[in-house]
Design a protein around this ligand. Structure first.
Ligand code: DQQ
Length: 582
C-alpha cells in the first residue's frame, strides 16, 4: 500500500517536472495575467505608501485571504501571492503566522503549483479543522487544461505548530467538472470552510454560475476525500453573475460570541457572503439554513444581489471568515487592492493589502452584521490626544488635532451628538436610494443642513490641497420623525496626483440620531483609510496616495460644514506603533 502510494507520488513528481519544463501557461479568469510585466524591475520602490500595521508581504502582488485559522494557539494566514512580480500571476499560497493577529512572521509558500491538479495555479480556498484538530485545506487548482478543480492539502507534520510543510492528497482533484455534472470548468472555484452535519457528512460549497445565475454548488463527503455533488445548490440567485469566494457561517442571535462553522440550532442564523466577479463587491444576506432540505434561505427583506448589504462599501474583496476558538469570536479578513493604474503599482514593486482583521457578529436587529477591528490592534496605540467631552463644533468650523506624533499612522475614534434635528435636517428625496451616488454628488465641500461633519485625514496643511474626508449627513424622511444617516468617504481631493482612481464611496448607517450618538472610527495607515460608522454598522475602506500629506506632513481635522452646531461627545486619537509585518 505504502509502496504504491510512494510510486504514485513519484509519478506525480515526474509529471510535474515535465510540465514545469514547458513553462507556465497563461490563464485568465477574474484577474488578468500580464506575463510580459513579470520581467520589469520596480523602478520606483517608494516606501511612502507602504503600511505600518495593515498586513502586507515585503514585496510583490497579494490578493485574496486564504485558509485563515488558529492551530495550537497560533494564527495562520495564507494569501494569494505572486512570488515573481507585482502583477497578478504565478499564484501560490503564501503563508504567515502570528500570536496576536498584529505581528506576523512569514514562512515559505505553503501550497505551490506542483501536480496535475494545480500546475497552472493554486487559487483560493479555506481551512477546516477535522476531528482531532487536524487542519485540511480545500483549494482551487488550475489543471493542465486550465480547468478549475478542487484539491485537498494537509500539513505534513502536525507536531509543528507553524505547519510549514504541506502535502497534497495524492488522488487530487477531489471535485472536478465533468461531462455529466455540467459544471462550467472556468467558473468553479473557491471552496468554503466545510461544516459537519448531524448525519456525519461534511459539506462545502464551491462558487460558480450558470448563465447569469450565481451558484453555491453543494458537495458532501463522509471522509473529506470522496465528495459528491448534491442534487441542488445550497443557494443561487438570478442575475448576479459568477460567485467567487463564497463564505457560509452561523451567527448567534443572542450574543456577540462567534460560533464554530458546524453549529446549528436554536438562537442561530446563517450568513451567506458572496464576492461578485462582475462588480468586485462582497455582499451578504442573513437567513436560515434549512437542514431538512440542505438549503439556505435568505430572510425576507435581506436583499440577495449587488444592491444588498456589504461588509464594506469601499475597497474590500474576496473576504473570508474563520472561527477563533481561543477567543470565541468570528474574524473577517478582506483584500484591499490598489487604486493606482497597473503600470504604477508594478513600478512600485508591490500591490495589495489586507484590511485589519475584524470581529463580526449579528446586530441586535437581526438584520445585519456589525464589524469591529480586533481589540489586539489597540496595543499599537500610543500618545493619546483627546478633546474636552461636549465640545461644540460650530456650523462651518473645523478643528485641527495637532499634537499627534504622526497623523499618517493613527487610530481615531469620535462620536457626535446633534441637536436641532427637526429644524436643520434636509429632507431626503425618495429617489435617493444609492448612497454612493449621493456621496459623489455632495462631496465634503458641499454645505448642507445637518452635515457634512466628520474627519479630514491625510490632509495637507489647512486641508487646502489634499485630504480624504469621512463624514455623515443626516436627512429627514418626509414629514415623519424618522431620519436617514448617510456616511461618505470622499477621496476626490486625496492626492494632487491625477492617476489614482478617486471614486467616492457611501453607505447608509442604521442609527437613529434622535436617540443614539453617531460614532466614527478611522484607521489611517499611509495609503489606507479604513472607517467604521455607527459602531461598525457601516464600513468603508479607501486607498489614497497623497503627495503632500505624507509622513510628518499629514494633518488631521474634525470638521462641520453643515449649518447646525454639532457636539463632539467623545474624541480620542492615537498614533500607531509599527507592527512587525513579515
Ligand atoms: N482570486 C483567486 C480566485 C478567486 C479570485 C485567484 C477572487 O480563486 O475567484 O487569484 O479575487
Amino acid at each position: 500500500m505504502a509502496a504504491a502510494a510512494s510510486s504514485s507520488r513519484l509519478l506525480f513528481y515526474f509529471i510535474v517536472l515535465v510540465i514545469v519544463s514547458h513553462g507556465v501557461l497563461q490563464i485568465e479568469a477574474s484577474h488578468v495575467f500580464y506575463g510580459n510585466l513579470e520581467s520589469l524591475q520596480p523602478t520606483n520602490p517608494n516606501p511612502t505608501y507602504r503600511t505600518s500595521y495593515h498586513f502586507q508581504p515585503p514585496k510583490n502582488w497579494m490578493n485574496d485571504p486564504n485558509g485563515p485559522m488558529i492551530y495550537k494557539g497560533i494564527y495562520h494566514f495564507f494569501y494569494q501571492y505572486n512570488p515573481y512580480g507585482a502583477d497578478w500571476g504565478n499564484i501560490v499560497w503564501a503563508h504567515s503566522t502570528s500570536l496576536d493577529l498584529v505581528n506576523w512572521k512569514s514562512h515559505p509558500p505553503a501550497i505551490k503549483p506542483s501536480v496535475r491538479g494545480d500546475i497552472n495555479g493554486c487559487w483560493s480556498g479555506s481551512a477546516t479543522l477535522l476531528p482531532g484538530n487536524k487542519p485540511a485545506m480545500l483549494y482551487t487548482g488550475i489543471d493542465p487544461q486550465n480547468r478549475q478543480v478542487q484539491n485537498l492539502a494537509m500539513p505534513s507534520n502536525l507536531s509543528d505548530p507553524y505547519l510549514v510543510k504541506w502535502s497534497k492528497f495524492p488522488s487530487n482533484p477531489v471535485m472536478e467538472p465533468t461531462i455529466t455534472n455540467q459544471i462550467n470548468s472556468s467558473s468553479f472555484r473557491d471552496p468554503t470552510t466545510a461544516w459537519l452535519g448531524h448525519d456525519g457528512r461534511w459539506r462545502t460549497v464551491v462558487g460558480s454560475k450558470r448563465n447569469r445565475r450565481g451558484l453555491a454548488i453543494l458537495y458532501r463527503s463522509k471522509d473529506f476525500v470522496r465528495w459528491t455533488e448534491a442534487r441542488h445548490p445550497l443557494h443561487s440567485a438570478k442575475d448576479t453573475g459568477m460567485w467567487e469566494c463564497p463564505d457560509f457561517y452561523p451567527v448567534s442571535t443572542r450574543t456577540r460570541t462567534g460560533l464554530d462553522t458546524s453549529r446549528v440550532g436554536r438562537g442561530i442564523k446563517h450568513v451567506m457572503k458572496l464576492s461578485l466577479d462582475d462588480t468586485k463587491h462582497d455582499y451578504y444576506t442573513v437567513g436560515t439554513y434549512d437542514l431538512a432540505k440542505d438549503k439556505y434561505v435568505p430572510d425576507k427583506g435581506s436583499v440577495d444581489n449587488d444592491s444588498g448589504l456589504r461588509y464594506d462599501y469601499g475597497k474590500f474583496y474576496a473576504s473570508k471568515t474563520f472561527y477563533d476558538s481561543a477567543k470565541k469570536r468570528r474574524i473577517l479578513w478582506g483584500w484591499i487592492n490598489e487604486s493606482l493604474p497597473l503600470h504604477d503599482y508594478v513600478r512600485q514593486g508591490w500591490s495589495g493589502l489586507q484590511a485589519i482583521p475584524r470581529a463580526v457578529w449579528l446586530d441586535k436587529s437581526g438584520k445585519q452584521l456589525v464589524q469591529w477591528p480586533i481589540s489586539e490592534i489597540e496595543k499599537l496605540r500610543r500618545s493619546r490626544v483627546g478633546l474636552p467631552a461636549g465640545k461644540v463644533l460650530k456650523a462651518g468650523s473645523k478643528l485641527e488635532v495637532s499634537s499627534l506624533p504622526t497623523a499618517a499612522q493613527a487610530d481615531v475614534e469620535v462620536s457626535f451628538e446633534v441637536q436641532e434635528l427637526g429644524n436643520k435636517a434636509e429632507t431626503m428625496d425618495p429617489s435617493w436610494t444609492n448612497p454612493q451616488l449621493l456621496c459623489s454628488r455632495k462631496d465634503a465641500s458641499a454645505k448642507g443642513g445637518l452635515g457634512p461633519f466628520g474627519l479630514k485625514v491625510l490632509a495637507s496643511k489647512n486641508d487646502s490641497m489634499e485630504y480624504t474626508a469621512i463624514f455623515f449627513r443626516i436627512y429627514k424622511l418626509g414629514l415623519t420623525n424618522k431620519y436617514k444617516v448617510l456616511m461618505c468617504s470622499d477621496q476626490s481631493r486625496s492626492s494632487l496626483n491625477t492617476s489614482p482612481d478617486k471614486t467616492t464611496y457611501g453607505a447608509f448607517v442604521e442609527v437613529d440620531p434622535a436617540r443614539e450618538k453617531l460614532s466614527l472610527r478611522t484607521l489611517i495607515d499611509h495609503s489606507i483609510v479604513e472607517s467604521f460608522g455607527g459602531g461598525g454598522k457601516a464600513c468603508i475602506t479607501a486607498r489614497v496616495y497623497p503627495t503632500l500629506a505624507i509622513g510628518e506632513a499629514a494633518h488631521l481635522y474634525v470638521f462641520n460644514h453643515g449649518n447646525a452646531h454639532v457636539r463632539i461627545s467623545s474624541f480620542s486619537a492615537w498614533s500607531m506603533k509599527k507592527a512587525h509585518l513579515n
